[in-house]
Design a protein around this ligand. Structure first.
Ligand SMILES: NC(=O)c1ccc[n+]([C@@H]2O[C@H](COP(=O)([O-])OP(=O)(O)OC[C@H]3O[C@@H](n4cnc5c(N)ncnc54)[C@H](O)[C@@H]3O)[C@@H](O)[C@H]2O)c1
Length: 329
């Protein structure tokens, strides 16, 4: 049987991480099909020659049609603004939880065997110890994180009750752009530090705001675990291989175990980009832990995956290249 001919439905494949996953699948000779409602997906993220279905997980009939010939699903479709999830939880419940229930039901009805899910470090909440391993208690601090945890719980039950093995990938802070420079679709209204720094450098924002400089960290600013999106994409391939090979569920962190502080990122951005930019030092934001760091060894042990591009310089250089290309076009 030629497994590579079996379709892999990439739900949310026109988004930032999804488009990198589709590229990695294509380059590995697999057969991805993108399913996306284009709510935040970009036309320019749709790679030439890859089938695209414009559809929404809110509509079961669209999902049923899309399941034709599908063997595996990679599910990245979600709303992801943690702040907004606290003011509009119903929107997040419908899109992230109900949408995934529809997708799981369509998958089970079509006898799809493997399901890879974009989970998040947000499932852990305030770290009780560091680095965060997969056994750390899950107590999300925001409704977005809760939607990820709710889906993980659903996956556990669908695996028990249906013949559907899942892999839940708990991403830490996704950053950077395609190391080969093919994908440069910029995230709209980004909430993450690196895009905000780049928007400041290219003149779309006036300054970067640093929230908190009195944390108990090496320079007083928050520390986060940044993982390059090309490394994330490779992990999805390995997670699918694992499911096919082991026929066992998997819950793993995808991070580096190494953190970068906000002020370190600003310093490296200045060096890599060769320009100075304005920033202000402000008070802490409510709900921001001082340090979030993954214990990343389980993904290495089970998947043989190791981040290759997640050093600060590559993260910033690839982000800068994407912003420069968009400025020039
Ligand atoms: N970016 C990060 O740092 C990060 C960290 C942890 C987890 N995640 C998760 O990774 C996934 C991808 O994130 P991203 O950064 O690429 O975001 P993104 O917004 O760029 O991608 C999400 C994609 O899903 C599509 N989508 C949303 N709702 C849909 C629906 N109901 N039906 C069909 N398509 C829909 C959007 O149009 C978009 O293309 C999300 O599930 C997110 O929660 C992201």
């Amino acid at each position: 049987m030629n497994t590579d001919a079996q379709k892999i439905l990439v739900v949310g494949g026109a988004g930032y991480i999804g488009s990198h996953v589709v590229k990695a699948l294509r380059d590995a000779g697999k057969s991805p099909v993108v399913f996306d409602n284009m709510s935040s997906g970009l036309q320019e993220n749709l790679l030439a020659g890859i089938p695209f279905i414009k559809g929404d997980t809110q509509f079961p009939e669209q999902l049923a049609t899309a399941m034709e010939g599908v063997d595996s699903i990679i599910h990245l479709a979600a709303l992801k603004a943690a702040g907004e999830s606290m003011t509009a939880p119903e929107k997040y419940a419908e899109n992230n939880i109900s949408g995934t229930i529809n997708l799981l039901n369509a998958a089970a009805a079509a006898n799809v065997k493997y399901f890879v899910f974009s989970s998040s470090a947000a499932v852990y909440g305030e770290p009780q110890y560091l680095p965060l391993d997969e056994a750390h208690p899950t107590k999300p601090l925001n409704f977005y994180g809760y939607t990820k945890l709710a889906v993980e719980n659903l996956l556990y039950w669908y695996s028990q009750l249906k013949d559907l093995r899942f892999s839940s990938l708990r991403y830490f802070n996704a950053a950077g752009y395609d190391v080969e420079g093919e994908l440069n679709g910029l995230e709209q209204e980004p909430n993450n530090l690196l895009p905000i720094v780049m928007e400041t450098i290219v003149g779309r924002r006036k300054k970067v705001e640093v929230f908190g400089t009195d944390y108990e960290t090496r320079d007083g600013s928050c520390i986060r675990d940044y993982i390059h999106v090309s490394d994330l994409a490779e992990a999805h391939l390995r997670a699918l291989d694992y499911l096919q090979r082991e026929n066992q569920d998997l819950v793993v962190n995808l991070g580096t175990s190494k953190g970068l502080s906000v002020l370190e990122i600003l310093q490296i951005a200045r060096e890599v980009c060769g320009v100075d930019f304005d920033y202000t030092l402000g008070p802490r934001r409510v709900g921001d832990p001082a340090v979030v760091l993954a214990k990343a060894g389980l993904a290495t042990e089970l998947l043989g995956w190791k981040p290759k591009h997640s050093d600060a310089k590559t993260l910033l250089e690839t982000t800068l290249r994407a912003y420069q290309k968009s400025k020039d076009s």
